[in-house]
Design a protein around this ligand. Structure first.
Ligand SMILES: [Zn+2]
Ligand SMILES: [Zn+2]
Length: 127
């Protein structure tokens, strides 16, 4: 799945894309968990490359991907980037994030430890 792209597409404007992944080996649910990410790509092939590369590296299944402006109900929400950044330690990571134990908080973390520390600090909750 390697496709070398010519560096000629620079004049294409970068659009925001959305991609939905499924993690078949999620510890959270037996049938796998799904999540949405957003990223910038100039055109379909660049998006395709980014999505496939990420999926392969992280062992994820790609459910769909398309330009965000064509995503109806998804259009007005913000999603973490392909490489998410941990809210707590600021580290970049590509695996499935650990969500905050506080349902109304949209923070995501690289590890359970970071989530625990964040919950103590921000929500005064011991998880
Ligand atoms: Zn972290
Ligand atoms: Zn939180």
């Amino acid at each position: 799945m390697t496709r070398k792209r010519e560096a000629k597409e620079d004049d294409l404007p970068a659009e925001k894309w959305l991609v939905a992944f499924r993690n078949p080996s999620s510890s959270k649910s037996p049938e796998g968990s799904t999540f949405v990410r957003e990223f910038y790509a100039a055109g379909y092939y660049e998006a395709y490359d980014a999505v496939l590369t990420h999926a392969e590296r992280m062992n994820l299944e790609v459910l769909w991907f398309r330009e965000k402006r064509n995503c109806g109900p998804y259009m007005n929400r913000n999603y973490p980037g392909l490489e998410a950044r941990c809210t707590y330690c600021n580290k970049r990571f590509g695996h499935e994030p650990v969500p905050c134990a506080d349902g109304k908080c949209e923070s995501e973390f690289c590890s359970r430890q970071c989530m625990d520390d964040h919950a103590m600090l921000k929500h005064r909750v011991r998880t």
